[in-house]
Ligand binder design. Structure first.
Ligand code: KG4
Ligand code: ZN
Length: 352
């Protein structure tokens, strides 16, 4: 039986192309988690168009919040705080969620909590496993970010490495475009790779020297381009098909996954961690999850692989991380700003 709820937070997320809201009790009981994806709106451009995204957020935000409250069986008056992503992201998109959160906080006289989106992905492990042993490694791999964190407490982390060019999801999105696969690229490459041989094509793994915990994915994308259109050769007649497409997709996915796994192994060698968690859209990838579970070094740690619905952008991770600020009484003023950039140094503080 569930004990009494001590606090209940509404989390709102509109930083990119998902309009999302969720109600979370006591920092980890996800009572509702409603996400409206704009993928169909942006697919023809193969990327998120900021103006189109913010207009769609404006249309969807109130129904999504209402749905999250209805699914959780509560009213705004039953909330203890309103949390919202206020950084990083597309500024017009952030402003929509922020305006909704401020209006609710003002109207119902509830505290407002500003949350860093990347830190919320880092925190996803605690939603999946509130007793996650610490310190833990967290990999955040999405369309906009790819970074490794050392998590020492809920809401407290140190960034160990980040991408120097493309994010892992961005590399998959761009690779899919080269292969003629649909946007977003991560899921379409995963599907196309199902019957492919991951060793059919020899694509590079950029490790940036023996010590680096940074990432670089621009080289593998260029290598795929030249595999498809060798320099000096005539342009190919058409896009790859059949087994060749499957082998290319599998080899490309494997090259991206290999780098993520190798960097996690490297970080685990250097830091005495007890757990490993993953977040961000790329963390939905089944090959990555399989590789982590099969890895003799990494599976010795507590592997926290959150449900895919918690990996892509969502409101539950926002409410989850906000629980740390709530417990500390760290509330934001009603003139809280939207900020396009992530927190400097990757430290998990709640306020700018
Ligand atoms: O976290 P997210 O939903 O939004 C950002 O904050 O970027 O991540 C979106 C990214 C896209 O690049 C997409 O291709 C990738 O996550 N992605 C995947 C999978 N599902 C989404 N990558 C690999 N495998 C998947 N199954
Ligand atoms: Zn994200």
């Amino acid at each position: 039986m569930l004990g009494p709820v001590s606090f209940r937070i509404l989390g709102i997320e509109t930083s990119c192309d998902e309009t999302a809201a969720a109600v979370v009790d006591d920092g980890h009981h996800v009572r509702s988690n409603v996400v409206h994806s704009q993928i169909a709106l942006h697919a023809r451009w193969r990327g998120v168009v900021p103006e189109v995204a913010s207009r769609s957020h404006t249309e969807r935000i109130l129904p999504i919040v209402e749905q999250a409250l209805a699914d959780a069986g509560c009213t705004p008056a039953g909330l203890d705080a309103i949390a919202v992503t206020h950084r990083p992201g597309m500024i017009g998109c952030l402003l929509v969620g922020l305006a909704a959160a401020k209006a609710l906080a003002w109207r119902f006289d509830r505290p407002l909590i500003g949350v860093d989106h990347v830190q919320a992905h880092v925190h996803t492990g605690f939603l999946a496993d509130p007793a996650m042993p610490l310190p833990a490694l967290a990999l955040v791999a999405s369309g906009g970010h790819t970074a490794l964190y050392l998590v020492t407490a809920p809401g407290r982390s140190e960034r160990l490495g980040t991408t120097r060019d493309d994010a892992a999801g961005e590399a998959l999105d761009k690779g899919a475009a080269l292969l003629g696969l649909s946007y977003p690229g991560g899921p379409s490459i995963e599907a196309a790779a199902a019957n492919g041989n991951p060793r059919a094509f020899d694509l590079p793994r950029t490790l940036l020297g023996a010590d680096s915990l940074d990432f670089s994915f621009s080289g593998v994308k260029t290598a795929l381009l030249y595999t498809l259109r060798p320099q000096g050769a005539p342009a190919p007649a058409g896009l790859p098909e059949g087994q060749r497409l499957a082998d290319l997709a599998a080899s490309y996915q494997e090259a991206v996954v290999d780098v993520l796994v190798l960097k996690l192994r490297r970080a685990a060698e250097r830091h005495p961690v007890r757990a490993l968690c993953i977040g961000g859209g790329v963390a939905r990838n089944r090959r990555l999850r399989q590789r982590l579970a099969d890895d003799p070094q990494l599976r010795a740690l507590r592997l926290v692989l959150p449900d895919p619905s918690l990996c892509a952008d969502n409101g539950a991770m926002i409410a989850g991380l906000a629980s740390v600020a709530f417990r500390n009484g760290d509330f934001a003023p009603l003139d809280l700003d939207a900020i396009a950039t992530p927190q400097s140094g990757g430290k998990a503080k709640q306020r700018p």
